[in-house]
Design a protein around this ligand. Sequence first.
Ligand code: DAK
Length: 257
Amino acid sequence: MELIKVNPQAAPQIALIELNRPKELNALNPQLMQEVRDALQELDRNDQVRVIIITGNEQAFAAGADIKQMADKSAIDMLLLDQFSTWDQIRKTKKPIIAAVSGFALGGGCEFAMTCDMIIASETAKFGQPEIKIGTIPGAGGTQRLTKAIGKAKAMELILTGRFLSAQEAHFYGLVNKVVPVEFYLTEAIALAKEIASMSPVAVQLAKEAVNRSFETLLDEGLMFERKNFYLTFASQDQKEGMQAFIEKRKPSFLGR
Ligand code: DAK
């Protein structure tokens, strides 16, 4: 594992996965996501593990998918890359996953946190779907999960403006379970994990499956729709301009084609 660190016993029965690309604010590239997928599959099989925590560092949970790797891709390149199969496998993890978020959780980073089952945030956490600013749209569930988590009006505002939600706002809108001072976000996640780990693992697995089922049929359909529109943005000049502008650290000039 190059881009993540895994500790299967961070506390008794609690595993910890740390995203570890600090210089790039933990930007999510395919290799990192595959490492997360492999780690989750192994932890799911490990009888000593009951709850999994995923975290980044104080500055960033993850600032999104890696823009530098996506910038020059065509819609068909994105389709053939098929990164969704990795994300879909992550979604199938049976054990409960808590995201312990500090700093930026943006774009794919916010989507990744929402793919987890619960979120503990530090007071410095910032959530958002800023894809619109680089000429694309959320592609890994943001339009679906954020809308279900915080309601249509606020989700629409965040997705169309790219604004960020503070940790307190995210808590107010029901996106996160709890907000704590930055020095406690990991210990708070571990405390929550321990409480869940003391329950019957069979009942926990079945309960997780049942809660997810409450919206999964619709979610599958919504994710498919989002995916197609996400790919379509890669056929636009505006996506090329938006991502290139980010890389060149300038404002994009969108032409609407
Ligand atoms: N990708 C690549 N590099 C990134 C990055 C990203 N998303 N975010 C930050 N970095 C890099 C910066 O380029 C910079 O690198 P150097 O210039 O030092 O080489 C370094 O991290 C530090 O960033 P900044 O210098 O910009 O730091 P600041 O504190 O000034 O700003 C920031 C922090 C988070 C506000 C800013 O970095 C920022 O706006 N980052 C981009 C946020 C963003 O637009 N995120 C959405 C990306 S699109 C999919 C799955 C997921 C997705 C799509 C498909 N499939 C399964 C197919 C998701 C898409 C996205 O997430």
